[in-house]
Each structure stands twice: as C-alpha cells, then as structure tokens.
Write a protein that binds this ligand. Structure first.
Ligand SMILES: [Zn+2]
Length: 340
C-alpha cells in the first residue's frame, strides 16, 4: 500500500550543523539558550572550513531525500570561510539532487567587517543566479546599521530577509528593532517570545524539535496572523516527524486542536519553494493524511523524484553513494571535532 505526495519542504535548516552530532562536550555545560549558542554553535561555526561544509551539506541533502524532503531553505554561518560558502552548499545539494535556497546569516559578533563580508556573499550568490534570501543571524547580534543594510539589500535584490526572531528571551526586543523593516517576503524564524499582536510581516517558521531541545519555550504559532511554515533548525530534514511534533506540542496546550493545523504549516513550505510541488514522493503508507500521520510512526519514502528524475529508490540515493558521503562526512567531522 503506497501513496504519493509532492516533495516536502524544510522551511528552516542549517546544513552546516550536520557534523555537530557527536562533537566533544563543551568546556562548560550550557545552562541557558545563550550559553548553548556560545558553548556549542558559535564555537562550531568559527571552526568550519569549506571542505567540512561541503560534506556537511552533502550529508544533510542525502538525509533530506531519504526522508522525502526535496527542498530546503537553508541558513548558513561560517565566519572564517564566508566567501564562496553559499556556492559550496548549493553545489553539494545539486550533486545529490536536492533543491536548495540558501543564505549567509550576517552578524556583528565578529565586527562590522564580518557583517559586510556576509552581506557581500549574499549579494554575490543571488546576483549569480542562486536562490536565496539575505540572511541575518538575529537582531540581538546585529547593530541597527547592519539590520538596515540587510533589509535594504534584500529590497534591492527583490527577496526577503531570513532571520531568527525572539527564539530566546535574549531577543525579546526584536519586535522593536525590526519594526518598519519587515515585509511579507521575510522569513521570521521561531518567534517563541513574540507578542501575539507583534506587527512584523513575513512567514513565521516554527521549529518544534529545536525549541524543545533548547528549552526556549513553546512558540504556539496558531496565535499569529502571519503565515506559518515548519522547519527543523538543523536537526535533520524529516518533515513528517516535524509535523508530528508540531501537532503534539500544539495539542499539549490546546486539546481541541487537530492535526490539520500542523499539516497546513507543513504545506506552507510549498508557498516558499513552489517547485517542490512538481516533485513526487511515493510513501510506504496509504493514506498520507494528517489524521493518520499524526499517529503512525515509521512512514518512509519508497522513491523520490525531483524534476522528473528518480533521485532515491530501493532505500538509496541514486546520484551519490550515501555510504561514501557518510564516510567522507565522518572524516570531516573528525577534523572539526579535533579543532573543538
Ligand atoms: Zn536556525
């Protein structure tokens, strides 16, 4: 018994984080979201070079296809390997057969010059035909000047800004900082600590597993009037799992909610990357209906077609040898972990 759907979309991912799993424990056990950033992610991203990034992205793309996800909206940071990084990610995805929208998340944590180079990388990539947003890490790591520069560049390029917003309590003034800058093309990631009636425009991307993992609280995205989409925030690209978690988290605060809400959030990915609708995923389960999937574990793709080409079947990606990709990624993870 099989059923088909279009290719699923992961509306917020960090392909650079695929090599983080198994990394050495940080010097100090993080006790808050801010310390998780400082102790884990900001040590990891500064250690990345383009070769590590290539295999991290290849692994992430393979794992996406293995889960029926044919399109990824990626948010990238590698402060010591900025120039060309978006091409490395886009090329890795193209090699595997995964659709990609990627962006460099600028920050002033490494000085004004780091932010300027990040903006230049976004501009270069998009002007060369790459599919992307202008990326910003978050308003709490950027000056007003950098936020305005990112918004201005995005307007010039005809795209939105892809930015983390009010993920933790450290970013509660995001509403004030971003007021007047946003428009409907923006991607606002998390929004956990946004007020219900914030006036920011754009699609809010809810990342249930990540929010649970970082103990930042529940975004309760049903309270917003903005469109809502679903992402993983770098923890793989299994969107059926993300849907299931989104449903059960909503249910935990509202027993009258139905899986249709979380399914509509998953479906909003097709507004961000409509090309995934022409992809076909044949699943091991029938029917692929929210009321079934919310309670049915282990639903997996049998085959995946992207742009008419079969890129996954018989448990294997067809364009690349997944075993080889995992071996190379493991090798690069060893180099990365040694630096940490
Ligand atoms: Zn993120």
């Amino acid at each position: 018994m099989t059923a088909t759907t279009p290719g699923l979309v992961c509306s917020h991912h960090h392909l650079y984080s695929a090599l983080a799993r198994g990394m050495p424990a940080p010097p100090k056990n993080p006790a808050s979201f801010m310390e998780i950033l400082e102790q884990v992610w900001w040590r990891l991203d500064t250690a990345l070079d383009l070769e590590m990034l290539r295999w991290s992205a290849m692994l992430g793309a393979v794992e996406a296809l293995e889960n029926g996800t044919t399109a990824i909206v990626d948010h990238h940071e590698s402060p010591n390997a900025i120039e060309g990084s978006l091409d490395v990610i886009a090329d890795a995805c193209a090699e595997v057969g995964e659709r990609i929208n990627t962006t460099y998340g600028i920050t002033d944590r490494h000085g004004i010059e780091g932010a300027r180079r990040g903006l230049a990388e976004n501009e270069r990539f998009i002007k060369a035909g790459g599919q992307g947003y202008v990326g910003v890490h978050a308003s709490f790591t950027c000056s007003d000047e950098s936020l305005e520069a990112a918004a201005g560049l995005a307007d010039d390029l005809g795209v939105g800004v892809h930015i983390h917003v009010a993920e933790g309590v450290d970013d509660v003034d995001a509403t004030e900082r971003l007021k007047g800058l946003t428009n409907e093309r923006w991607l606002l990631i998390h929004g956990v600590h946004l007020p219900d009636d914030h006036e920011l425009q754009g699609t809010i991307v809810h990342n249930p597993r990540s929010n649970l993992n970082n103990a930042v609280g529940y975004a309760n995205p049903a309270r917003f009037s903005n469109p809502v989409a679903l992402g993983t925030d770098g923890i793989g690209a299994n969107m059926i799992e993300a849907f299931r978690l989104a449903y059960v988290m909503q249910r935990s605060v509202d027993v009258s909610s139905s899986p249709d809400d979380a399914w509509s959030w998953l479906s909003a990915g097709w507004d961000l990357m409509p090309e995934a609708q022409s992809d076909t995923v044949t699943w091991s389960y029938d029917p692929m209906d929210p009321w079934h999937l919310a309670f049915t574990p282990g639903v997996m793709p049998v085959s995946v077609e992207v742009g008419g080409e079969t890129v996954f079947e018989h448990g294997k990606t067809t364009r690349v040898d997944a075993g080889e990709v995992r071996a190379k990624a493991n090798e690069q993870a060893g180099r990365l972990h040694a630096l940490l």
